[in-house]
Design a protein around this ligand. Structure first.
Ligand code: CMP
Length: 135
């Protein structure tokens, strides 16, 4: 069976009308989109999804950002899906991504370290947790 990973288009990506463009890149890169859901997160859901970051100084700002508008969550499938999706989105800091990974999704639609347009699971374990969180 092919590997699955969890992908998210964050509020800035949805608001900036990047959803269709990102989905086209996903499919052109050999992933199939197995599930897809548009949701508006509330604060408690963001706190729970990003629990590992709860002690970070940027956490309150992250909660505010992630509740600022609807997001699109997806399950993607292909061989090596976790690593390949991470590679496609590029580094966390979208500003740096524009310089070091100009072809990446974050370079295309992200703004900075926080408003970075998309999310991808870091590992098989986090992919499994994040997929069952939403689906
Ligand atoms: P993501 O990869 O989804 O995981 C945690 C999120 O927290 C990250 O993307 C950013 O949106 C945000 N984030 C990470 N580091 C910082 C930071 N230094 N300052 C502000 N936001 C951050």
């Amino acid at each position: 069976e092919k590997e699955k990973t969890f992908a998210m288009i964050k509020p800035d990506g949805v608001y900036g009308n990047y959803s269709d463009k990102i989905k086209a890149i996903i499919m052109d890169s050999g992933f199939s989109i197995k599930r897809e859901l548009r949701v508006q997160l509330d604060e408690d859901t963001v706190r729970s999804f990003y629990a590992e970051h709860s002690s970070k100084s940027f956490f309150p700002s992250l909660v505010k950002y992630m509740t600022s508008g609807p997001i699109l969550v997806m399950i993607l499938e292909k061989d090596n899906a976790v690593a390949d999706w991470r590679k496609l989105i590029g580094p966390t800091d979208a500003e740096k991504a524009k310089v070091t990974h100009p072809q990446s999704i974050r370079a295309m639609c992200g703004l900075n370290t926080e408003k970075n347009c998309v999310h991808g699971s870091h590992s098989i374990q986090s992919a499994s947790r994040e997929m069952s969180f939403f689906f």
